[in-house]
Design a protein around this ligand. Sequence first.
Ligand code: SAH
Length: 341
Amino acid sequence: MKIPFLSLAPAEAASVLAAAGASPRHAARLRRRLLAGGDPARDPHPGFALPRRARERLEERFVWTSLRSERRLPAPDGSEKHLLRLADGEAIEAVRLPGAFTASACLSTQVGCAMACRFCASGLDGVRRNLTAHEILEQVAVLRRFGPVRRLVFMGAGEPGRNLGAIAAALPVLRDEGDLGPRYVLVSTVGPPATIDRMAAIGLKFTLALSLHSLDRDLRGELIPTQRGVEPLDLLAAADRYRAATGRSYQVEYVLLGGVNDSRADARELARAMRGRRGHLSLIAWNPVPGLPFARPSQAAVRAFLEVLHEEGASVSLRRTVGEAATAACGQLRAAASASA
Ligand code: SAH
């Protein structure tokens, strides 16, 4: 099997180029061009500046990207969800969202997910494997072939906390060669607190997003069975420590599930827990997943929930659903693709 070019460390890439008869100095430019969305195979843009012979020799042993966009579902809001095929035949999803200064990509970190959140499509079949660092980089490279990506959110399939090694390897490359520094990267996790502490301890920097969903330990444990026994307030304390250690802000995600965690009392408890903390609340109405026993919250409930949080002085926003119009929730396109395969 051919080796993905972005799986090479910068120094390796330079010696590979030299061996193929190109200047090793092209390696850095080539990596940048790939991460910017260029494809030397299809579009031998002058920026690649590889002699033809050298390119052909490289293409005998290497692929510029190992994953490809197999299906693209554009939504009226301009977002597009991609079904990306990996070299071993597995599939993941990634979404590109438009925006003048905020064009962003929602990336996966695993094939499937082991967290088993009861309301989420990504974990329906468990986890198949972790993505490698170059597969994380290649999601950016491939999505940028379709349009700009200025921010990343690791909110696609998978639990970043279970694949920190690959994320830790990809982030410096994204920062140095992909124009995506810590201010432009958000990583979402269900915890536990030790995972968040580990992120800080190994020096990762990004905006942390904590999937909280409830302050009731037992209810949260029902919703996220793999996180049973985790005390929600301990998670918030870990997010505060992350903020103190990295100087980066954090946000708290709360998926509103109709009749489950969307009452005024829930809102008040959430506001109380956030008091004195510097985290921002990001609410989202549950995006229906066929077959799962939840309901979208009523508009009145969402309004009342927000109202309570505003009254209590919380920093809060209601997030629009990513890629909603075309594809609904995370994991559904992949689930549909494997069902029809
Ligand atoms: N495993 C990580 C990152 C992936 S999920 C985490 O859980 O944080 C990213 C966010 O999408 C999480 O907050 C998750 O709870 C939320 N989510 C999953 N399914 C959803 C759905 N059907 N509707 C709305 N949000 C959903």
